[in-house]
Design a protein around this ligand. Structure first.
Ligand SMILES: Cc1ncc(COP(=O)(O)O)c(C=O)c1O
Length: 400
């Protein structure tokens, strides 16, 4: 193969995702004075626009940080040393979050899963009912587990907490679901929503978010975990005048303003429908390939299928990492790797962010050719099956 890879790189990891030209151009504008009036205008538009994406009337706090920073901010602002937190271990990211909780001096009560489904509201309810003295202060759930392609039912988890009559707060990680999969901070009774910039919001990595409920704000007044950079209070005070207590990531915020505009132009319901359609097409392809018995979906529960990525699991004896390396070398496409116990077992196809039907077909063609090249037994017609799903959706839309 030549050293140079002509044509565009296919970045099919489940985030960071492709950044649209409009957003890149906005980011490349000269930095502005973060204490001047132009910044206040930018900040007002971004902080207001974010509320519409999180579906909240409360504040959304923006930290210059990766998503991990927003996990930490949620915990340290609301909890005290030794507090118990229920954590549904649905995959690698839920595991990392529970490890962070231990490092912060919290006591995670981990509800295990087989990493092939979302969190179980009944298990959460039973754990809360058994906690008669209300030692548990929070329930932490990853909405879309990026390592497995499984979604947890947030509204049912809130209903389970309420059914148990338990006062625990509900924290939800939407790092790979916000602006890709339907999500409602207020309507689903979430206390802190955690998100990041580099996936559905179509930005580079570098911004993270906490949407905060009145109950979470109340909890922050008595929470005793040490915090400084992550403290919500100085941030909210400065944000009241549309400024920040430290230098904000001005250029990323300008990119965010552009990205929020693009999401509004498309309309959030259409954004979700597009992600649903691409996920359905990808599963149709995977199902056809899987007729050989050599591969299957990692998520085993249809109601939990993710619309932002699909994790495909290879049978024993096949290496997902070798397949990914071959596809990168030969077709200039990056696929997501297997994480934690799924290392070398799965490859993940990201279909989120600024993405369309033909890009998806290109990506799935790369996977299908890669499977053949790697001599992994592969059922026929995967890409055809995906095209069928997309064509049917297009016909329905044209007729509407
Ligand atoms: C669901 C989820 N949670 C947390 C993280 C960690 O976020 P970051 O790598 O931006 O710190 C990721 C990253 O991919 C993720 O997908």
């Amino acid at each position: 193969m030549n050293q140079r890879s002509p044509g565009r790189h296919f970045l099919q990891i489940p985030g960071p995702t492709d950044v649209p030209g409009r957003v890149l151009r906005a980011i490349s504008e000269p930095p502005i004075d973060h204490r001047g009036p132009a910044f206040a205008d930018l900040s007002r538009s971004v902080l207001t626009g974010l509320k519409r994406v999180f579906k909240t009337s409360g504040p959304v706090i923006v930290f210059p940080a990766s998503g991990t920073g927003a996990w930490e901010a949620a915990l340290v602002n609301t909890l005290s040393p030794g507090d118990s937190v229920v954590m549904a271990r649905t995959g690698w990211f839920a595991t990392l979050w529970s490890e962070m909780a231990i490092r912060l001096g919290l006591n995670p009560i981990v509800l295990e899963t087989d990493w092939r489904r979302g969190a179980d509201p009944e298990a959460i309810e039973a754990t809360l009912r058994a906690d008669k003295t209300h030692q548990i202060r929070a329930v932490c759930v990853v909405h879309n587990e990026t390592s497995t392609g499984s979604v947890s039912p947030v509204a049912s988890i809130r209903a389970a907490i309420d059914a148990a009559g338990h006062p625990a707060l509900l924290f939800v990680d939407t790092i790979s679901s916000l602006a890709s999969i339907d999500y409602r901070h207020d309507a689903w009774g979430v206390d802190v929503t955690i998100a990041g910039s580099q996936k559905g919001l179509m930005l580079p990595p570098g911004l993270s978010f906490n949407a905060v409920s009145p109950r979470a704000l109340e909890a922050s007044r008595s929470a005793k975990l040490p915090r400084s950079y992550w403290d919500w209070r100085p941030m909210l005070e400065a944000n009241a005048g549309f400024y920040f207590p430290f230098t904000p990531a001005t250029n990323l915020l300008r990119g965010l303003q552009e990205a929020l505009g693009m999401i509004e132009e498309e309309g959030l319901p259409n954004v979700f429908a597009r992600h649903d359609r691409h996920a359905a097409a990808t599963r149709a392809a995977a199902e056809a390939w899987g007729q050989s018995g050599a591969l299957e979906l990692q998520c085993q529960v249809p109601k939990d299928y993710s619309s932002s990525l699909t994790a495909v699991r290879l049978a024993e004896g096949h290496s997902a990492d070798e397949l990914r390396a071959l596809i990168l070398r030969r077709f200039n496409m990056s696929l997501g790797n297997g994480l934690g116990i799924l290392k070398d077992r799965v490859f993940r196809v990201g279909h989120l962010g600024d993405f369309n039907d033909l890009s998806l077909i290109g990506a799935l063609s790369g996977v299908e050719m890669g499977l053949k090249l790697a001599r992994i037994p592969c059922g026929k017609g995967g890409v055809d099956a995906a095209m069928e799903v997309l064509t049917e959706a297009a016909v329905a839309q044209e007729q509407a």
